[in-house]
Design a protein around this ligand. Structure first.
Ligand SMILES: Nc1ncnc2c1ncn2[C@@H]1O[C@H](COP(=O)(O)OP(=O)(O)O)[C@@H](O)[C@H]1O
Ligand SMILES: [Mg+2]
Length: 236
């Protein structure tokens, strides 16, 4: 699905990634762990074609994902249709007058012919049906997070990139969300620093240290070792 080859990325004179290599296969459920500032959000933005490497190449389904590739209408539509990112900062995603319009936005853009059914289906899944006519920015943090998830999931992408998707959810909503993700037969890459939910988000774990270096990439069985987590700063 994705292949990152020797990706280096600098931002304002600091190096966020240096020679990062990574392959993500179709259908994998990946948990991306790391402390604040380790580069989780930036990595998800790279995978979503919002940030581009200074050197190295990122491939999506075998083709380089570059700025110029994404300027081609067909490539852009195919990529946006199939790769969805739920931002860490949800407020940056919500701008429509109602929850209904918010969830419908992507499906309308992509000219789907079953917009209404999609909106109602995903609103119901996240318990948002009573809020379809509400103003998104007036909802609670957790409700906004659910709207953002419904927006992206309603496009039925091949890949879901989730940036701390449960940070505002209460325990019951978190449990429901974990069930929904586990049941999705698609590639998901979920960034979190929440070790309580991490084991339920995927079988493959990638751990970034505070310098943006991958210090572990392997199975969930071996990821949650005290020394490793301490090295990543995830436990004290
Ligand atoms: N737009 C930006 N401009 C400059 N530096 C940035 C920008 N976004 C992130 N960074 C820096 O990149 C590093 C990684 O940030 P981020 O990807 O947000 O980490 P995480 O999501 O793991 O907390 C941090 O040092 C942060 O300060
Ligand atoms: Mg982040």
């Amino acid at each position: 699905m994705f292949k990152a080859e020797n990706i280096t990325l600098q931002r304002e004179n600091s190096t966020i990634f240096e020679k990062l290599n990574l392959t993500i296969n179709a259908g994998e459920k990946v948990v991306l762990l790391g402390v604040n500032g380790s580069g989780k959000s930036t990595l998800l933005k790279l995978l979503d074609g919002l940030v581009f490497p200074d050197s190295g190449v990122l491939f999506f389904e075998g083709n380089p994902l570059t700025k110029s590739a994404l300027k081609q209408k067909q490539t852009n539509e195919y990529f946006r249709r199939n790769v969805g990112l739920v931002f860490q900062n949800i407020d940056a995603m919500l701008f429509n007058p109602t929850v209904y319009d918010e969830i419908a936005f992507g499906a309308r853009q992509l000219e789907f012919d079953d917009v209404d059914a999609r909106v109602r289906n995903y609103a119901e899944l996240f318990g948002l049906t009573p809020y379809l006519q509400s103003v998104p920015f007036k909802l609670s943090g957790g409700q906004k997070q659910k709207v953002a998830l419904a927006c992206v999931m309603s496009l039925a992408p091949k890949v879901l990139l989730l940036d701390e998707p449960t940070s505002a959810l209460d325990p019951a909503s978190t449990a429901k969300f974990l069930e929904i993700i586990a049941a999705l037969p698609i590639t998901t890459i979920t960034a979190t620093h929440n070790l309580a939910i991490a084991p339920r988000l995927g079988e493959r774990v990638i751990i970034l240290d505070e310098k943006g270096t991958i210090i572990f990439d392997g199975s969930s069985e071996n990821a949650y070792e005290i020394d490793l987590l301490a090295r990543a700063g995830l436990i004290i």
